[in-house]
Design a protein around this ligand. Sequence first.
Ligand code: ZN
Length: 241
Amino acid sequence: MQKRFIWIILFLWIHVLLIGQDNNKLCIHNLTDNFYVYTTYKDINGTMFPSNSMYLVTDAGVVLFDTPWDTTQFQPLLDSIWFRHQANVVLAIATHYHDDRTAGLEFFKQRGVKTFSSKLTYDLCEKFNEKQAAYYFENDTVFEVGNYKFETYYAGEGHTKDNIVIWFGSHKILYGGCLIKSTESKNLGNIADANLQEWKPTIKKVLRKYPRPKYVIPGHFGWESNKGLQHTLKLLESASQ
Ligand SMILES: [Zn+2]
């Protein structure tokens, strides 16, 4: 009897292990300290296109910066976070209204997560029928969650009207979302809703405000280099020629 019980426990444990494991649909990388970049993918014309988001593990729970793009990965993300950190997600902030940032807002809201975006993003989600946060902030806002502090910054239009960045001053991490292109990107990507004139001055404002980031996390592709801002300027220059 006892033996069978041990087998059941073992089976459950392996099951949890498998669910908690990152699969090729959800990749989680520790950036530094308690900061993680997670990536989900979407099939764009036969190619799996990656989308980066972040999460931060604080002693008052986990904060998500943007939600998975792949709508099958909302629960796996919560499971993976629980498995790795034995912590619940308490807060989620979306950095612009496109679905690679907002797709999971409704899901997380239903799981008791406090969901936030800027007022501009909140309104654009409504207008374009994207999932919407429950709460919004009207100005750049400093959030304090447990032992961490970070700020949102809106520098102007670029990839979209409403794109904001998030700055983690203690670790010099600039989470750029889709305003910032990866140094691996050969073009500006989806510019259907972009403001190509304003994008450059917007990036320059971000550079002035955060001149020496240690890490720069773009919305898509690799973040090995911290020169994403400069690379975005270069791409904008060649696009305007
Ligand atoms: Zn994007």
